[in-house]
Design a protein around this ligand. Structure first.
Ligand code: FAD
Length: 513
């Protein structure tokens, strides 16, 4: 548990540690997105799902849908870092990333991790090629965060289960062929089922949404849908294991995707800032605009540091022989931390991108407006940020402690554990929220510091120092709310450091940390 020990820089995986094979795979993904997907954006935004399907097939040809699928079922069986690096690259187009990500992650992974060999043989090769598209169906009109309160029922009838109910907000709902649907057997035993569209799944209308205009989101109507008993996924009554484990992996992978979207927004804002003239100068020469670009870059650096660290830790534990699901579950806190931090930082970055664009940022004819709308969902799905903030202290309290921190952030780590131990009533959400925020900032600062130490130069160290200055102030604020006086800290000149980072970003014309 990261609060109860020290780490050395060499111990953590960083984005700079990506292997040449992983880099190559990322380049293929980037090229696919730029040359095949982005040119078809208008068709995708017009909700012509035949285009999305055609592009998913192309993605299958390039092996992009095979990453997490075992080799014996037509996949590549690669590590989580590779999978998340693909996620980073697709993050430049959130609508299509939504379709592809829902297919490969929450759509396909329930089957990968809980399917029988026969179920895998039947469906995985077709999911790997993109011939079949998958969706994950947990949410209902009356149960979102409280997913286990689902009302969809499954009743045994001979060698079938008959499903009745409604699902809500299903990504790929309008065109998917295979659905992992959660229903309660006899109204009690929460269970996952593999359901083909032809078994009787009916899609509702496309939901009119704030963002992700080019991804399909619909309700599903289940009226006497007959599902063979062979299509029960996992164990009857243990659907929660399928749902929560898969959501954990989703959170882990969402981190790099969010940072892919954030870097894209920063790159567009930098480009615009260099070319837009006011008062006879490019706006990127004004201190306040430069400060924004620098801070956006800092967030991207810190987010990547956290996400790749957790991914690397997960892969290492799996390689060492750990059971995949148990391993990922043991990183549940880090998965939630990544989800909350990267979604909130993405929100910050896209908001600042609108500001750099000025009035044009508010126009649908410029990219900042769409990026702003598209980003909003990331704080809501894969467990809302409130639910993830609750998971952090709850899990931390139960986690085994593996020592005591003496080095970097030892004071903050020990303080957080102390206040966590003192909480008498785990129903006091306001307190838990502050503790979650303290843990999040510790993980963020530590991850970025270790990455910069391992692979960074002076610019990266500037980024970390600026981040730490602000994050520790937030940490102190949370601690104060819990009755602990702020810690005296040395001051760091963030103005000068942000200027150096802005020089670099504007000079490169894009994110360059
Ligand atoms: C575009 C889009 C795509 C989606 N894709 C899918 C999909 O593919 N599959 C799927 O199954 N679902 C999907 N969802 C659903 C999504 O996961 C849910 O919307 C989300 O889990 C929240 O549930 P809810 O909307 O019912 O909100 P609610 O659970 O009603 O929450 C409302 C508010 O109350 C807060 N809240 C709820 N419970 C607590 C608590 N115990 N403590 C503190 N605060 C609480 C929440 O954080 C939130 O702020 C999607 C949603 C959208 C908008």
């Amino acid at each position: 548990m990261f609060l109860a020990r020290d780490y050395r820089a060499e111990e953590i995986f960083t984005r700079e540690d990506l292997s040449s094979a992983q880099q190559m795979f990322g380049s293929i993904t980037e090229d696919f997105m730029r040359t095949k997907v982005l040119p078809r954006a208008d068709e995708i935004y017009s909700k012509d799902w035949s285009v999305t399907r055609e592009l998913l097939l192309k993605a299958g040809d390039l092996d992009l849908l095979r990453v997490d699928i075992p080799e014996e079922y037509g996949g590549l069986g690669l590590d989580k870092v590779s999978s998340a690096f693909v996620g980073e690259k697709i993050g430049i187009f959130p609508s299509f990333a939504g379709s592809l990500g829902a297919h490969t992650t929450i759509g396909t992974l329930p089957l990968v991790y809980f399917g029988t060999p026969a179920q895998k043989e039947k469906y995985l090769p077709r999911l790997a090629s993109g011939e079949m598209v998958a969706a994950f169906c947990l949410t209902e009109p009356g149960s979102g965060s409280d997913a286990l309160a689902a009302r969809t029922r499954a009743t045994r009838d001979g060698d079938h289960y008959v499903l009745n109910g409604q699902k809500m907000w299903i990504t790929n709902g309008g065109f998917a062929d295979l659905f992992t649907i959660f229903a309660k057997v006899d109204g009690e035993k929460f269970t996952a089922f593999l359901v083909e569209r032809e078994m009787g799944v009916v899609s509702g209308r496309e939901e009119p949404k704030l963002g992700l205009d080019g991804s399909s989101t619909t309700a599903l109507i289940l009226e006497n849908v007959r599902v063979p008993v062979d299509n029960v996924l996992g164990t009857i009554g243990e659907g929660h294991k399928v749902a929560f484990n898969v959501l954990n992996i989703g959170r882990l992978k969402l981190g790099t995707r969010n940072m892919g979207s954030a870097k894209n927004a920063l790159n567009r804002a930098t480009e615009y800032g260099k070319q837009r003239q006011q008062f006879g100068r490019a706006i990127a020469t004004f201190g306040m605009i430069r400060q924004k670009l620098a801070e956006m870059a800092i967030r991207c650096y810190v987010g990547d540091s956290m996400a790749y660290r957790t991914l690397g830790d997960t892969d290492r534990a799996i390689e060492a022989g750990g059971d995949v699901l148990k391993t990922i579950e043991s990183f549940a806190v880090e998965c939630s931390i990544n989800k909350v931090w990267t979604s909130e930082s993405l929100a910050y970055v896209v908001d600042e991108a609108v500001q750099v664009y000025g009035g044009y940022g508010y126009s649908k004819e410029y990219p900042a407006e769409r990026a702003f709308r598209d980003a909003r969902i990331t704080r809501l799905y894969e467990g809302t940020n409130e639910i993830n903030r609750l998971i952090i202290p709850t899990r931390l309290r139960k986690a085994q402690r593996n020592g005591v921190a003496n080095g970097l952030l030892a004071h903050e780590k020990n303080l957080t554990l102390r206040v966590l131990d003192k909480v008498e009533d785990m129903e006091q959400q306001e307190i838990l929220g502050h503790i979650a925020d303290m843990a999040i900032e510790i993980y963020a600062i530590e991850s970025a510091t270790l990455r910069a130490e391992k692979r960074g130069g002076s610019l990266q160290k500037d980024a970390v120092a600026v981040y730490a200055e602000d994050a520790l102030a937030r940490f102190d604020h949370s601690a104060r709310q819990l009755g602990i006086d702020a810690t005296p800290r040395p001051r760091f000149d963030t103005v000068a450091a942000r200027r150096r980072i802005a020089d670099a970003v504007i000079g490169a014309g894009k994110y360059c940390l």
